[in-house]
Design a protein around this ligand. Structure first.
Ligand code: 8YV
Length: 313
């Protein structure tokens, strides 16, 4: 008999087909509550193929007495109560490394797009402004600038490596200096924000990093500063960021993540100095296929009693 699993949100066919070949699959679509599942699912499900950014806590885990494994589709697992899972002997895995390039690519893309006004420039043509009113307003140079990376993990390092050839300075914030010659270490985010033109946030989510980039750091970037967030919305004081964007305390922001996704703060909509992305940094066909494969490989290892490939606990 095939093991029973519960998948969350929706998957593409390249994931659904192999999942259904290997398992009896129940699915909890986006926004659906547990009551919508058939009653036999609760006793049967042994593992979750988890996806999305909703909370996964004790209430959901406890509803499935045979649950032994949560395979997360994503590197970040801040919405999963890993401590509770561990206390119940439930193993948790994630999908690190395979999405690093994509997240770093998008972060750098956001730096360039927002500095050079690429989205607004396209709109300038479509709206007929180029023909009617002439040249687009002058933008901000990217090369040679000082960039501060908040959190020099796998993704932060990949962002820094991509930006290094632009010839500016690379600064980074981390608790202790890392092995990266030529990059400037800061143990204080506010001091780093004062020293750079652009701040790129690549922290992991979770309670330890909540609003780590606070009002002071945002203001320290100054009126020519650009803030880019490719981590989690929780890492930034979003109200302070909105205030700074509205008053011109900083010049611009480019954000792939928000506090309340997908129903983001409406104040963002009224601002033309913020580039908005719908949490899509790992969202390429190539990477999503590999993420799905790694999630399935972890599930397969669990059911085969083998060592998990990318365990979190
Ligand atoms: C999501 C992400 O997993 O990996 C992460 O931490 O935030 C993303 O890759 C993806 O959007 C699916 O929800």
């Amino acid at each position: 008999m095939k093991p029973h699993i519960l998948t969350f949100e929706s998957y593409d066919d390249w994931d659904t087909v192999p999942l259904e070949e290997a398992y009896t699959v129940y699915n909890l679509p986006h926004g659906a509550s547990l009551d919508t599942l058939p009653s036999e699912a609760f006793e049967a499900v042994q593992a979750f193929a988890f996806k999305g950014h909703n909370k996964l806590g004790a209430d959901i885990m406890d509803a499935f007495p045979k649950l032994g494994m949560i395979a997360n589709y994503g590197v970040g697992f801040d919405t999963i109560d890993v401590e509770y899972a561990s206390s119940k002997g439930i193993r948790v895995t994630n999908t690190p490394d395979v999405l690093t390039d994509d997240v770093a690519d998008l972060a750098v893309g956001m730096v360039i797009a927002q500095s050079r006004g690429i989205v607004g420039a396209s709109e300038w043509i479509r709206s007929g402004n180029w023909a009617k009113n002439g040249a687009f307003e002058l933008q901000t140079k990217v090369s040679g600038k000082r960039v501060g990376i908040v959190g020099l993990g796998r993704i932060g390092r990949a962002v820094a490596e991509r930006l290094q050839p632009f010839g500016g300075e690379i600064h980074y914030y981390s608790r202790s200096p890392k092995d990266c010659e030529g990059w400037i270490h800061h143990s204080d985010i506010v001091a780093m924000a004062e020293a750079v033109d652009t701040l790129v946030i690549t922290l992991s989510g979770g309670p330890k990093t909540v609003e780590m980039v606070g009002e002071q750091a945002i203001k320290a970037l100054g009126p020519n500063g650009l803030l880019v967030n490719a981590s989690r919305g929780t890492t930034v004081d979003e109200e302070a960021l909105l205030d700074a964007l509205e008053t011109g305390a900083i010049k611009a922001a480019a954000l792939d993540v928000f506090e309340n996704e997908p129903n983001i703060n409406k104040r963002f909509m009224a601002l033309d100095n913020v580039l908005l992305q719908p949490h899509q940094s790992s969202g390429t066909v190539e990477t999503r296929k590999i993420m799905g494969q790694l999630q399935r490989d972890n599930l397969a290892a669990y059911f085969a009693g083998k060592e998990l490939l990318t365990p979190v606990n």
